[in-house]
Design a protein around this ligand. Structure first.
Ligand code: COS
Length: 380
């Protein structure tokens, strides 16, 4: 059920103000410190952001996808690390549980996920299983009433803050059908978290290794049936890709606003940069890319809310929006010129930040494969 329109618009207005007044002034600091300040995390909890997508009966806001992408668009107007603080709770960390969890599992975890007391994380990728996620090697060997988990997960977002992981591990033979999904508490004996990686961008959002060393997981922590884990992961990623596409569009909109402001103010050859047609071409191409991305995101969200499959649409939205925000960021650096390359203006930081969107939650090449696979399967 959508929120009533006034309540939803009030939420959007609150988010917009929070992004503009609280987060944007902290962008440079978070970029330097690689840490989002604790008081910001608290304010996010108070705003209910960790529970945007959690059903109301479990204490969340239960937003529709059309509503969720509107919030994601607003969060695009600042460093993506801020959205990451609650992003896994809203998306890939919680949605396996929402889609496939038992009532008991939902009652146990969802209210604390919605409040932000529990941070969740999605553990699919491994050192040897990136794009080929059906080849995961982490093992979950059944031993009476427990599964013994062993293996290593890599590049796991929010792992160092998480108290609950959705883990895809092998319970059967080779391939997708041998994979099951599990809810793994971070304090389970045998679970250890590596140090946050140093990365090109998105400082403040941490990724770490997660290692399982014969960790004894109660069998009731399995999500769905044995062998369903890969499909659960793919359904979670369909939705996650759409959310990321919305963030990409939001950042592109921010970059265009920055580009236009700079081009209007900065003068060369006796007039503002914005008077030069070659600069106008960069603004026009950025605007067109971004409007197309926004339309694709909103239409795909409406498709999902209508109960129709979005595998192809979400892949297309993520592919287009992540590639186009890369182009927009590149043009923004170009319009800013030397100022785009030095740290003080923040444009080079966003340029580095957006590079990740073409890689995580499925590379552009994986999105192309998914789009083609689905189009060929359904006759175009
Ligand atoms: N929703 C539901 N089921 C899906 C699905 C989806 N979106 N995608 C695939 N499946 C099902 C298939 O229908 C198939 O089911 P059956 O065995 O019943 O036929 C099964 O899952 C296996 O699918 P498929 O054969 O297409 O699997 P592949 O090994 O070829 O992998 C890709 C497909 C490459 C698309 C997949 O591994 C992928 O998305 N990789 C990228 C992973 C990723 O995004 N990683 C980022 C980590 S999280 S930040």
């Amino acid at each position: 059920m959508p929120l009533d329109p006034d309540t939803f618009e009030a939420l959007i207005e609150t988010v917009r103000r929070f992004v503009a007044e609280r987060l944007r002034p902290l962008e440079a600091q978070v970029g330097e410190d690689d840490e989002v300040p604790e008081e910001i995390v608290r304010e996010m909890r108070d705003m209910g952001l960790f529970g945007l997508s959690i059903p109301e009966e479990y204490g969340g806001l239960g937003l529709t996808m059309s509503e969720e992408v509107r919030v994601a668009l607003e969060f695009g107007r600042t460093s993506p690390a801020f959205r990451s603080v609650f992003g896994t709770n809203v998306g890939i960390g919680s949605q396996g549980l929402v889609m496939a969890g038992s009532d008991e599992q939902k009652r146990q975890w969802l209210p604390r996920i919605a409040s932000g007391e529990v941070i969740t994380s999605f553990a699919l990728t491994e050192p040897g299983a990136g794009s080929d996620s059906a080849s995961v090697q982490t093992k979950a060997a059944r031993d009476g009433n427990v599964y013994r988990l062993s293996g290593t997960k890599r590049f796991i977002t929010n792992a160092d803050r998480a108290s609950l992981f959705t883990v895809m591990a092998r319970t059967g033979g080779a391939g997708a059908r041998g994979v099951s999904a599990f809810l793994v508490p971070a304090d389970l004996p045998g679970v250890s978290i590596g140090r946050p990686e140093r990365k090109m961008g998105q400082q403040g959002a941490h990724v770490c290794d997660v290692t399982f060393d014969d960790a004894p997981l109660p069998a009731e922590n399995r999500l769905g049936d044995e062998g369903e884990g890969f499909k659960i992961a793919m359904r979670v990623l369909d939705r996650g890709r759409l959310h990321i596409a919305a963030v990409c569009v939001g950042i592109a909109e921010r970059l265009i606003a920055d580009m236009v402001a700079y081009a209007t103010e900065r003068r060369q050859f006796g007039k503002p940069l914005a008077d030069f047609q070659l600069v106008q071409a960069m603004i026009a191409d950025s605007k067109t890319d971004t409007m197309a991305g926004r339309a694709l995101v909103l239409e795909t969200a409406a498709t999902m809310d209508g109960g129709r499959p979005i595998t192809l649409d979400a892949a297309a939205a993520k592919y287009f929006a992540s590639e186009s925000v890369g182009r927009v960021a590149d043009r923004a650096v170009q319009v800013f010129g030397g100022a785009g390359y030095v740290a003080d203006y923040g444009i080079e930081r966003l340029y580095r930040d957006v590079r990740l969107f073409r890689i995580y939650e499925g590379t552009s090449q994986i999105q192309q494969l998914v789009i083609a696979r689905e189009a060929i399967r359904n006759g175009g």
